[in-house]
Design a binder for this molecule. Structure first.
Ligand code: SAM
Length: 403
């Protein structure tokens, strides 16, 4: 039986708790939260399971060796002590990612370069030839995590980042990372127990992730390749068993998922992605301005990712948010509405007080994921208040009218 080791699963900042819950639900032991990562005890089976089913995982790393190094020369020597000729063949390719913090090492690219030199020099000395570097699709992806003089060499079992689910063949402007979309859905507390609407769906990422969550479609269902498939110890039977177990959970969803956007191009792209994901019959797609959308009768939850940041050119971003606020007050009564934005100023123009605010990162952008509870009658109350205010500001006008 294989011994347990520590698995490091990386995620986006702000999603660590969600990922930790996902990993605990898989039965992993000693689950601990780190910054942008979750550590747990596991083995090959757990490594395959996290790769296939964790919706908020970006990478699953398997530790290979730890050592100390205070400078590039020590790093080079320690890397050369590893017998790379046992781990790679000369006709194979590799890639190195490095993350550094502390005073000993300050340039991650230089660290990666030095590590590469140490590996290829070993091959040259032994065989006279060396494996090549391929950053896009290498046979072995090596990760170096350095903190002060503590160096961890890890193997990346995922290969390409797990947010690349395989269903999104086309994207419109500013598409959301799939892992972030899955994280938002879980942070919102939606339990697939009511309708779900994204009325600014862009390429359809949020509704597709919502359908996958609701129907228990595993995160890796549409994806073919993982880094561990190229490892010597790859166990296809175990992998198939993990997949079969997860796929057997796929179920129907009793409520509705809607995806709409005002852009015809975005809707075309969403429809295409739904086809790839075989979800065409599970998500209702409409080209509509949010302002004109007639919602399903049964109330539910909305998650929107409006234009924000410098990624979209909007003439007047404050006006966009003011329109969202007015539409929510008018048409979304009784709905729980979540919105993600990095624009704190524009957010104020919604004119509603968030009941929950969660800090999150969308790539390099620091965002807020906020919830508005749009109570029934709010719009009527607001209109009555506005009329009252008008009356106090302008009593004569009204008196005149009355005469
Ligand atoms: C940041 S993008 C959404 C990206 C999406 N979450 C994805 O993953 O692709 C914002 C979207 O809002 C849409 N939009 C902006 N104003 C709108 C409005 N008033 N009604 C409907 N859609 C709107 C834009 O067309 C754009 O597709």
């Amino acid at each position: 039986m294989e011994e347990n080791y520590q698995l490091i699963t990386k995620t986006a900042a702000g999603l660590e708790e969600v990922l930790s819950d996902e990993i605990k639900a898989m039965g992993a032991k000693n689950v601990r939260i780190m910054h942008r990562a979750v550590i747990c005890e596991g083995n090959k089976e757990m490594m395959y399971r996290i790769n296939y089913t964790a919706r908020t995982a970006l990478k699953v790393l398997k530790p290979f060796k730890d050592f100390r190094a205070r400078n590039e020369d020590q790093l080079y020597k320690e890397i050369q002590k590893i017998n790379w000729c046992e781990l790679l063949r000369t006709d194979q390719t590799f890639a190195i990612d490095a993350i550094v913090s502390g005073r000993c090492f300050t340039h991650s690219l230089y660290v990666a370069q030095k590590t590469k030199d140490a590996i290829v020099d070993q091959f040259r000395d032994v065989y006279g030839i060396r494996p090549s570097v391929n950053t896009l699709n290498p046979d072995l992806r090596i990760s170096l995590h350095i903190r002060e003089d503590k160096v961890k060499v890890l193997f990346d079992s995922s290969g390409e980042s797990l947010h690349k689910r395989g269903y999104r063949k086309m994207v419109d402007k500013a598409p959301m990372n799939e892992v972030l979309a899955a994280g938002l859905i879980q942070l919102s507390g939606w339990k697939a127990d009511c309708n779900f609407v994204d009325c600014m769906c862009g390429s359809g990422t949020i509704p597709i992730e919502a359908a996958m969550f609701a129907m228990k479609i595993p995160a890796g269902y549409y994806r073919k390749d993982y880094g561990f498939m190229k490892w010597d110890d790859y166990d296809p039977e175990l992998w198939q068993r993990i997949k079969d177990e997860a796929d057997s959970q796929i179920t129907d969803f009793d409520h509705e998922i809607w995806a709409s956007d005002r852009s015809g191009k975005a809707i075309g792209i969403t429809e295409n992605n739904l086809q790839y994901a075989h979800l065409t019959h599970d998500i209702k797609v409409m080209k509509k301005n949010m302002e004109d959308l007639v919602l399903p009768e049964e109330k539910g939850i909305v998650i929107i990712n409006p234009p924000y940041g410098d990624r979209l050119e909007e003439d007047d971003i404050d006006q966009v948010y003011e329109n969202i606020g007015n539409t929510l007050k008018r048409n979304f009564q009784g709905w729980k509405v979540w919105l993600i934005t990095d624009d704190a100023v524009a957010l104020k123009h919604v004119g509603l007080k968030p009941t929950v605010k969660i800090p999150l990162w969308n790539g390099p952008l620091e965002c807020r994921f906020v919830r508005f509870d749009i109570f029934e009658g709010r719009y009527k109350d607001m209109k009555a208040r506005e009329a009252e205010e008008k009356e106090t500001e302008n009593p004569e006008t009204d008196t005149d009218k009355g005469e």
